[in-house]
Ligand binder design. Structure first.
Ligand SMILES: [Zn+2]
Length: 143
């Protein structure tokens, strides 16, 4: 999964997008293998989320990708009652998960109805193939 940068465009934003996307490539490579990886600063040990080229705490450019436990809790969510796009069948919820590592990521729950969501409910990652070439990390309640 790569995005080609068009140097002819000379527009700052696509250039920035290319850098940010390149920064998250290891995350998406991990997802393809059912692994939830987090970017971690090799200098100060901070997790960098979203992934980025420089640590905001110590300005180090050295990072590594480490496996997350995949466990966490539901921090917050919003439920859409109307579909913004045919690909999203309402009602559905966009959830904010706080992983055990302290990193919060946006995702969706599986096998849980919006009305069953509860702040703090324990969750674990699962991987859902949503298209032929796209797997997304989602979350389910811990059994
Ligand atoms: Zn750092």
């Amino acid at each position: 999964m790569t995005v080609e940068y068009n140097a002819e465009q000379k527009i700052p934003y696509p250039a920035l997008w290319h850098v940010l996307y390149r920064s998250s490539t290891p995350f998406w490579d991990g997802v393809k293998e059912d692994k939830l990886l987090l970017q971690k600063c090799k200098s100060c040990g901070s997790f960098l989320n979203p992934p980025r080229p420089m640590c905001p705490k110590c300005q180090s450019m050295e990072q590594e990708w480490v496996p997350a436990t995949g466990k966490g809790k539901l921090y917050s969510w919003v439920t859409y009652q109307e579909s913004p796009h045919p690909a999203f069948k309402a009602p559905y919820s966009a959830v904010l998960i706080e992983l055990e590592e302290g990193v919060r990521i946006v995702s969706n729950m599986v096998k849980v109805k919006p009305e069953e969501l509860q702040i703090g409910m324990p969750v674990q990652v699962t991987f859902e193939k949503v298209a032929e070439d796209l797997i997304l990390p989602k979350f389910e309640t811990m059994s």
